[in-house]
Design a protein around this ligand. Sequence first.
Ligand code: CO
Length: 134
Amino acid sequence: MIGRLNHVAIAVPDLEAASKTYRDVLGATVRAPQDEPDHGVTVVFVELDNTKIELLHPLGENSPIAGFLEKNKSGGIHHICYEVDDILAARDKLVSEGARILGSGEPKIGAHGKPVLFLHPKDFDGTLVELEQV
Ligand code: CO
């Protein structure tokens, strides 16, 4: 069901410092910061040949990653995103297998303008999984 790895998202306490590390130390292509008010994050996309890294920083109050950074002060991997062809079919299959979908269970439009869903980390070995329909 799952296809390519779309991105790995890393929550970072300092977006500018993290961007500089990826650009200057690791030599990656790093895009400008992008505010995503609907998701409570500012995102920096790091483009790699085979996938993307998303550097996430809290935006506004009630950011979904504020608590994560509270617990992981130096930052850390927040979620991984797999591509699927049909997000509703993927959701229905996962629910029938007993997996839990976070939130309302309905897809939201993600940072790339495509429908996304998040799966409960307890059902996937402690990893928050995002599915994106491509
Ligand atoms: Co994501």
